[in-house]
Design a protein around this ligand. Structure first.
Ligand SMILES: [Ca+2]
Ligand SMILES: [Ca+2]
Length: 87
């Protein structure tokens, strides 16, 4: 039996791949994929994006630590951890 934390980690990987496999590199989110993930999985993003139309670009730049214009799973996890601490 997996623990609850293991289930959550598994789920995070699955959600990431659900979006990252749509276009281009299957293991990375490009800007379109990132935007879709934020819109569908993070309700708070939508209300913030109404006030700040460039929000996706800002988030992309913040997350893209290695500057390849894509968000890989490592970079995604940093965002989820930061949001979790902020809740
Ligand atoms: Ca992709
Ligand atoms: Ca990157």
């Amino acid at each position: 039996m997996p623990t609850q934390l293991e289930l959550v980690m598994n789920l995070m990987i699955r959600i990431f791949h659900q979006y990252s496999c749509k276009e281009g590199d299957r293991f990375k989110l490009d800007k379109g994929e990132l935007k879709m993930l934020l819109q569908r999985e993070l309700a708070i993003f939508l209300s913030c994006a109404k006030k700040t139309p460039q929000l996706v670009d800002t988030i992309m730049q913040d997350l893209d630590a290695n500057k390849d214009n894509e968000v890989d799973f490592n970079e995604f996890v940093v965002m989820v951890a930061a949001l979790t601490v902020a809740l």
